[in-house]
Design a protein around this ligand. Structure first.
Ligand code: ADP
Ligand code: ZN
Ligand code: ZN
Length: 742
């Protein structure tokens, strides 16, 4: 008989991240289950705290006379599917986080939220009767009743929310009115579904031949063990329709589906399309939902009230008990990796969950992430492709302009002649233009405007980052530091300097060049206010502006049917980030953003400006040639030993004291160096972080590199916690296979 429970306590302290055992009292013997939250006595003072039940057993290794008893089941907490507990344990292993922190992300709400009930107030008496009552209340100075009475004269039926908003009526007054028989209060529970209002249902589209072939192929293998599909389909090839028809089959078999999208705000159409097709069987989960809304979605999933959950990365944890499929749209997007601990990747979690539950995983993208495509090449994923546009549309003409030639011809403006002429032309025709700045974070590389040369670390083949203090160039992969160059090492020109331009600057220059145009700008600065994102996009779509200037925010799946020209100001901006993924990101961004010009019924055009126009990221984006890009990039990764041919673990070290941080980071690197090589792990650094000082805090990084991911977890579990204690005078954070450069 199971009379003991294994528990993870709900206290944030890494030394408590282990299993404690408690005895189950007789009264709870049949009730306690894995996944529940219980109240337990803890510590010397037997303070009551909460704990997660992660296992049940009939024996204990502890002294049975000393073992404590569970107090009760925490009634205001929600419990989870037991297989999700195993998933939390897997996350601890994989990402070096605590089980408790893994459980925290698994439970989107850790407290029951009372169902929101809006009441309807219905007046039962006629106006004459009410007037008599009002007069009496006035005389007796019953202000609350009097005010409510006056209000009800004009409102025979009203929602309580509305009434409270209008006259600040209290619940006591309403109860009193009900008692007197003047009103009836009708309760109606409402589901908080922030979407789904005003969306017209749509029917299935008849799949074309290409789509049908993929639908058949995937449907034939549903439920098979470890089945992972990668759909490589160009933008507009109808991937979403394919997803929906596969889900049809999944649902018809009584199973459930999770659909992950990069970010709700960036892809509202996708959500709407799912709701239009599947109606109330769809739940939407996202970070901006209120606690109550999240709880509702979560409960509907647990109770099997919905078949499909759509949402960003955290929706991968949706507590479905009959999970049949997880679909990850735009699987290459960085938003699938969590930026806070546990720094999990939704794709990895989905695949793990698939392995645990037998659910099929489908990844889709026009520009699959290199790792995924590599897995498909090796036969671990099944690759299927969609090469044609589903709905007919015009082809897209992409031109690349060599900015070095512009300079040679005396044009120092940010606009090439070709782009200038194209913008003028579109303005005259009343068509719309997007000017795109493919900036990500901080680009601070140094390059030559005359020949395009970029100063790189010879060891890592990564561009040096310019640090203004001391005018130094630092490699963020190995720490190598050199003095700022004064002349171009390749052509001796003095036009070699730090490269960078911001959206504000582009806006100013555009206004000066095209004073007749209406211009909108969209970047982090202009979208801080809630909804400003939708407002800007909405007014652009409505034709209230001619030119939209923005960063990668505008590259995503928005439909702008009147846009016929996309200008990429300087493709080099993202190409020479100090990040080994820079080429991949650039290719993805360029492919996405130039695709914005191909949505119109009119002929679309894209112009990419660059100082290194022969780079394969740019030439392949021009030709929309993913395979060509993959071949070139995978060779580079193999040559340099970057992922997928290695695994990286970044240790980010922080302290307010610079000297101490430098000393301690060298000591830590040396300590790691004592054990790491024996495991086949290479230790690189310490070196200053890309952002070496933020908010009075200094930052340095140590990079661990290994072929086999298992050795990273081995190192982590065996040594890292000990080192963490020894170096507790500095802050240590870690990220396994990071997608951002630290
Ligand atoms: P993707 O997700 O691959 O970018 P979408 O699913 O958004 O592509 O499809 C692009 C457009 O083509 C949409 O407007 C969609 O309604 C339409 N479409 C998709 N499949 C078909 C089809 N079989 N017949 C006609 N139109 C289709
Ligand atoms: Zn040069
Ligand atoms: Zn280097």
């Amino acid at each position: 008989m199971k009379i003991y429970v294994d528990i993870i306590v709900d206290i944030s302290h890494s030394s408590l991240d282990r299993i404690f055992q408690y005895r189950i009292p007789k009264s709870l013997m049949d009730e306690i289950q894995v996944g529940m939250v219980v109240n337990i006595p803890f510590g010397k003072g037997n303070k009551q705290i909460k704990g997660y039940v992660i296992g049940l057993s009939d024996t204990t290794d502890y002294d049975v006379t000393k073992i404590k008893e569970v107090i009760s089941i925490a009634s205001d907490s929600v419990s989870i599917e037991s297989h999700l507990i195993s998933l939390a344990a897997w996350m601890k292993e994989r990402y070096g986080c605590t089980v408790r922190s893994a459980l925290k992300v698994l439970l989107p709400v850790n407290r029951k939220v009372h169902e929101k009930v809006n009441k309807e107030i219905i007046r039962l008496v006629d106006e004459e009767t009410l007037q008599k009552a009002i007069d009496a209340w006035k005389q007796k100075k019953y202000h609350g009743l009097y005010r409510a009475g006056e209000y009800l004269m004009h409102h025979k039926k009203v929602m309580q929310d509305q009434m409270t908003k209008d006259i600040k009526v209290t619940t006591a007054v309403l109860k009193n009115l009900e008692k007197k028989g003047i009103v009836q209060i009708k309760e109606q529970g409402i589901y908080r579904n922030p979407y789904g209002i005003g969306i017209k249902p749509t029917d299935k589209i008849k799949a074309n031949k290409e789509q049908q072939r993929i639908i058949n192929e995937i449907n034939n293998h549903l439920g098979e063990e470890n089945k992972i599909f990668l759909i490589h389909g160009i933008t507009g090839s109808g991937k979403t329709e394919v997803y929906m028809q596969i889900i049809d089959k999944v649902i018809s078999e009584g199973k459930q589906a999770i659909v992950l999208i990069p970010e709700i705000a960036l892809t509202p159409q996708t959500v709407k399309r799912f709701i239009a097709r599947f109606g109330h069987r769809v739940g939407v989960m996202h970070s901006k939902l209120s606690q109550g809304e999240r709880y509702d979605q979560w409960r509907r999933a647990t109770e099997g009230d919905i078949d499909i959950m759509i949402g960003p990365r955290s929706a991968v944890f949706t507590p479905f008990s009959r999970l049949g499929i997880v679909i990850i749209d735009e699987e290459h997007e960085m938003t699938y990796k969590s930026e806070t601990s546990p720094k999990y990747h939704a794709r990895e979690v989905a695949i793990q969950r698939g392995e645990m539950t037998g659910a099929t995983v489908v990844l889709g993208s026009a520009t699959p992430c290199l790792e995924s495509y590599h897995m498909a090449q090796k036969g671990h994923y099944t690759l299927v492709t969609l090469k044609e546009k589903a709905a007919t549309s015009h082809s897209l003409q992409v031109d690349v302009v060599d900015m070095r030639e512009e300079l040679a011809n005396g044009n120092k403006s940010i606009f090439s002649q070709a782009l200038k002429i194209a913008i003028m032309d579109k303005l005259e025709r009343n068509e719309q233009i997007i000017l795109f700045l493919n900036r990500r974070g901080y680009a601070r590389f140094v390059s030559c405007r005359q020949c395009g040369y970029v100063v790189k670390c010879d060891h890592c083949d990564i561009p040096y980052t310019y640090h203004a203090t001391g005018a130094q160039l630092i490699c963020h992969y190995c720490g190598k530091t050199i003095n700022m160059v004064k002349k171009c090492p390749a052509c001796e020109s003095k036009y070699i300097k730090q490269f960078g331009i911001g959206t504000q600057q582009v806006e100013d220059l555009t206004k000066r060049e095209f004073p007749q145009a209406n211009i909108l700008r969209m970047d982090l600065d202009t979208t801080t206010k809630k909804n400003s994102y939708d407002t800007i996009l909405g007014s652009f779509r409505d034709g209230k502006a001619d030119i939209l200037i923005g960063t990668q925010m505008i590259a995503k799946g928005h439909d702008f049917p009147k846009v016929t020209l996309v200008g990429v100001i300087a493709a080099d901006l993202s190409l020479y980030m100090s990040d080994f993924r820079a080429s991949e990101r650039t290719f993805q961004l360029l492919t996405q953003v130039t695709g914005r010009a191909g949505r119109s019924i009119l002929q679309g055009r894209a112009i990419i400006q660059s100082y290194t126009p022969d780079h394969y990221s740019i030439t392949c984006a021009k030709e929309q040639d993913y395979e060509g890009f993959y071949e070139a990039e995978i060779m580079y990764r193999q040559l340099m030993g970057y992922p997928p041919f290695s695994n990286l673990l970044v240790l980010l070290l922080q302290s307010k004291h610079e000297k101490e941080l430098i000393t301690r980071s060298f000591e830590l690197a040396r300590d790691i160096g004592l054990v790491a090589p024996g495991l086949g792990i290479e230790v690189i650094g310490p070196s200053p972080a890309n952002l070496s000082k933020i908010n009075h805090t200094y930052r340095r990084v140590i990079l661990l590199k290994t072929k086999d991911y298992k050795t990273l977890t081995l190192f982590f579990n065996k040594y890292m916690h000990r080192l963490h204690v020894k170096y507790n005078d500095i802050t240590i954070q870690w990220d396994m296979n990071p997608l951002i450069s630290y």
